[in-house]
Design a protein. Structure first.
Length: 262
């Protein structure tokens, strides 16, 4: 091989290497840590790539302070696309959704922290609302002939479960504390509170116990302290009138200012 041919061959190899290097650098997704926790662990991470000297975000991950993944998904044109997955802090999946079809409400799966599936991909999605990070704030579905709505804390734990019929509250409504204990339990009939009402302290003990009839308090209503000891009671008539007030030291007066004696 002549010196000229050798020089040409080396030049071609160098040119080819530079092309490969440029292509690789343009197509590779660069990792950028946007924020950190005080313990030094990454919090928010972007994955970007360069196209025609313009940087685009192509993926995003958020982490909990303990280093566990909180959510992950892809971007296109600065919008969420494809399948995103959200996780509880212990690593259990909270929800999977396809943001490509999110407007039509398809392809949702949602789980409680105990791994119970509460929303399946085949369920009909009637309404969805989101937190700023794209996680579910609330979802209303039709599943197995029943209408239900779930609301969630920002930690993804269930805040409230409601049953509907014809878009009107019918059936049981449960609300929860963030630790998973029940906050309150009551029932609705055609949009009005009916049947048992229970309110609990965060430690799980009963705070109030009573009954409603067509949105009016009826019968005996019992009150309890956080340690479970009784804290008074009220008695209501079947039409909702107060027959016996709870002994709180308060006095009751009619519209003319006369004290009402029970």
């Amino acid at each position: 091989m002549t010196k000229k041919h050798l020089t040409n061959s080396i030049s071609k190899i160098i040119a080819l290497f530079l092309l490969v290097l440029i292509f690789t650098s343009c197509s590779r997704n660069n990792k950028e840590v946007i924020s950190y926790y005080e313990n030094g662990n990454p919090k928010l991470v972007y994955y970007t790539k360069m196209e025609k000297n313009i940087k685009y975000k192509v993926a995003e991950k958020m982490y909990y302070e303990n280093g566990k993944l909180q959510y992950e998904g892809d971007f296109k044109n600065n919008e969420r696309i494809g399948k995103w997955t959200y996780y509880f802090e212990n690593g259990v999946v909270f929800s999977k959704c396809d943001f490509t079809n999110s407007k039509s409400g398809f392809d949702w799966e949602v789980y409680k922290i105990d791994k119970t599936k509460i929303v399946e991909s085949k369920d009909k999605i009637n309404q969805v609302s989101f937190y700023p990070d794209g996680a579910l704030a609330a979802i209303k579905i039709e599943s197995k002939g029943k209408e239900k709505e779930y609301k969630f804390f920002a930690t993804y734990r269930v805040l409230e479960e409601r049953e509907y019929k014809g878009n009107i509250l019918n059936g049981q409504t449960l609300s929860f504390y963030e630790n998973g204990n029940i906050n309150s339990k009551n029932y609705f009939k055609d949009g009005m509170q009916d049947s048992v009402y229970l309110l609990y302290y965060e430690n799980g003990t009963t705070q109030i116990k009573g009954n409603y009839k067509l949105d009016s308090k009826v019968g005996k209503w019992e009150y309890f302290k956080a340690d479970g000891t009784p804290d008074g009671e009220e008695i209501y008539g079947q039409e909702g009138s107060l027959l016996k007030p709870r002994d709180t030291g308060l006095k009751y007066y009619d519209k003319n200012g006369n004290e009402i004696k029970f």
